[in-house]
Design a binder for this molecule. Structure first.
Ligand code: WAQ
Ligand code: MG
Length: 257
């Protein structure tokens, strides 16, 4: 590990000043890099933040940190794509998948409502899977999962057998969903993008895998975000620490399944 250190790279971008001074969230991103890849990945994150469909960022922050940790490899969740073109049909499907994953119907409905109302959520909402109570106290900031990334050769292999899913967006979403589902405290995740030009979202869980749902909102809307439904009674600080700090490689050590 010492000869080949790991770096965490995190980006956040806002319009109208920094987030903490009231700027509107435009984009964020988190990657892991070997030393030789740091410059390239910083450039990729800058590209992601500029020319974004949510607006023109005038505040962009990139943080690069050397990581003192051992490495853990987690294989990606299996992926399936559901049918359905109407938003209400797709939302009903998401609700059912959440309930099948062990979330109460009441909490699942509250989660869907939260995302329907969020236009400027920067991270995820942590929600009690039984009562639907919000457990993090982060408001618009939410909890940002970081320190996860695909192992590059594992991703190459994965794309060969999932040819239409080669985009950076799916790459990032599946890495995040896999890290979140890997925690024993997560029952399920609900996500759709806050980008007005992207309407596909997903429900993910250890039980059901990553289930893509084609129309969780109407084209042109800037609502969206993420809800992590968790076991009641968990230690919330410990859970947030795992999400923010524990480095996870998605893939297979050595590159092959
Ligand atoms: N940690 C926690 N929450 C996050 C993170 C993160 N690292 N990144 C994004 N979010 C939250 C935040 O509230 C964003 O506003 C919201 O999720 C949406 O982020 O076709 O593109 O990056 O299989 O816009 C899913 C479907 C796409 C992909 C999701 O999300 C597919 C997407 P975006
Ligand atoms: Mg977005």
């Amino acid at each position: 590990m010492l000869e080949n250190p790991l770096y965490s790279i995190r980006m956040r971008a806002a319009e109208g000043g920094p987030h903490e001074q009231g700027g509107r969230h435009i984009s964020g991103g988190e990657r892991l890099a070997r030393e030789s890849e740091v410059q390239l990945l910083v450039a990729e994150l800058l590209t992601k933040s500029m020319g974004h469909s949510r607006g023109n960022a005038d505040f962009i922050q990139v943080v690069v940190e050397k990581m003192p940790y051992a490495e853990v490899y987690v294989p990606p969740l299996p992926v399936a794509t559901e049918g359905g073109h109407q938003v209400d049909v797709c939302r009903a499907k998401a609700l059912n998948l959440l309930v099948e994953s062990g979330v109460s119907r009441a909490a699942a409905e509250l989660g869907l409502n939260e995302l329907q109302q969020s236009e400027d959520l920067r991270g995820a909402i942590i929600m009690d899977a039984v009562t639907g109570t919000r457990l993090d106290k982060r408001e618009q900031k939410g909890v940002r999962v970081s320190r996860m990334d695909w192992d590059a050769s594992s991703h190459e292999e994965w794309v060969k057998i999932h040819v239409p899913l080669g985009s950076l967006r799916v790459r990032e979403a599946l890495a995040l969903a896999t890290k979140v589902a890997y925690s024993p405290y997560t029952l399920a995740e609900l996500c759709w993008s806050d980008d007005p030009d992207y309407v596909t979202g997903y429900v993910a869980s250890d039980k059901l895998g990553y289930r893509r749902i084609p129309h969780l909102k109407k084209l042109g809307e800037s609502t969206g975000g993420r809800v992590f439904f968790v076991q009641p009674g968990l230690d919330v600080d410990e859970y947030i620490h795992y999400l923010e700090k524990t480095p996870i490689w998605i893939g297979w050590e050595g590159g092959r399944p």
